[in-house]
Design a protein around this ligand. Structure first.
Ligand code: G3H
Ligand code: 13P
Ligand code: ZN
Length: 311
């Protein structure tokens, strides 16, 4: 099966009340772990590549690895650019065979965001590629989480119809309290997403797919594994999985997960070396890392996203 755009899979997810997992990929073992889980569970997939991942692994290597995953799984897979920040980067991914791109103009003014996003949409749609835009700003991992600062970064529902109407985007990422990385909420506080904003956005955009970035739950099992084997990640805290399930049952059709992959991989490798300090064959420690990525992704597909059997 060739790569697919996100159009049909997100629409089906909207209608079915579930979400598609958009997993960040950087190398072969990560791609294998994710796609083996999806194959066993017959789940549609979005594999996403950040500009950093593309620089790290090289466009051609990533394309060929994803091509191999298509052959091995025969699943509907969408290859998506994560957080494209310029027209040129989006164009390069469209020209290079990606089937979906994100243009993240969320740090620009409303008008500049619209202008840049529309430029990408015009080019991408001419080439049969879908586009995700973003309105509202997620906190960065280093940001102080103060309520007033947070408030100013939430998506303003009154802007979404104009943004979608004027740009023609196929999906919209919104900010409802998530953030990137492993430290999403202050330790000791109760994480709570702003479902009131999500509801208001979806009322204004009926039938339109919404995207949730920064949606790792920062699985405690892997944080503990890192801390137990020489790491130091006190206070790491993610989005509770029951809130992700609720978002997936609402208008959220694409849930972005990167940090949970990193934690599963790093925790497993740390444990492996603690138990086998004399080993030095990369296959020995990458194999259990790949297995735990597969296990973690299977858990997301079944217990969080609800997309098992939807391929
Ligand atoms: O949202 C960001 C993703 O986690 C990708 O991170 O730019 O370090 O590859 P990266
Ligand atoms: P996490 O850091 O929560 O995994 O978010 C990833 C993401 O949003 C990629 O775009
Ligand atoms: Zn993101």
């Amino acid at each position: 099966m060739p790569l697919v755009t996100s159009k049909e899979m997100l629409q089906k997810a909207y209608d079915g009340g579930y979400a598609i997992g958009a997993f960040n990929v950087n190398n072969m073992e990560i791609i294998q772990g994710i796609t083996e889980a999806a194959k066993e569970l017959n789940a549609p997939l979005i594999l996403q590549v950040s500009s950093g991942a593309r620089k790290y692994a090289n466009h051609t290597y990533l394309m060929k690895l994803v091509e191999a995953a298509l052959i091995e799984t025969n699943l509907p897979i969408c290859l998506h650019l994560d957080h494209g920040d310029t027209f040129e980067l989006c164009k390069s991914c469209v020209d290079g065979g990606f089937t979906s791109v994100m243009i993240d103009g969320s740090h620009y003014s409303f008008e500049e965001n619209i202008k840049l996003t529309k430029q990408v949409v015009d080019y991408a749609h001419d080439h049969g590629v879908t586009v995700e835009g973003e309105l509202g700003r997620l906190a960065g991992i280093e940001d102080d989480v103060k309520v007033s600062a947070e408030d100013s970064s939430y998506t303003r529902p009154e802007e979404v119809e104009e943004f979608v109407g004027r740009t023609g985007v196929d999906s919209l990422a919104i900010a409802i309290g998530t953030s990137h990385g492993a430290y999403k909420f202050k330790p000791g506080t109760k994480p709570q997403l702003r479902f009131d904003i999500l509801e208001e956005v979806s009322k204004r955009l009926p039938g339109f797919p919404i995207v949730l970035h920064g949606a790792s739950s920062v699985i405690p099992e892997y944080v503990e594994m890192i801390n137990q084997y020489g790491g130091d990640m006190p206070g790491a805290l993610g989005v509770p999985e029951d809130q992700l399930r609720k978002a997936a049952s609402m208008a959220v059709c694409k849930i972005n997960i990167d940090s949970d992959l990193r934690l599963a991989m790093t925790g497993t490798i740390r444990k492996y070396f603690a138990e086998h300090p004399d080993h030095f064959d990369p296959r020995q420690y990458l194999k259990p890392a790949r297995e735990n990525i597969k296990k973690m992704v299977a858990h997301k597909i079944v217990d969080v996203l609800g997309c098992a059997g939807k391929a």
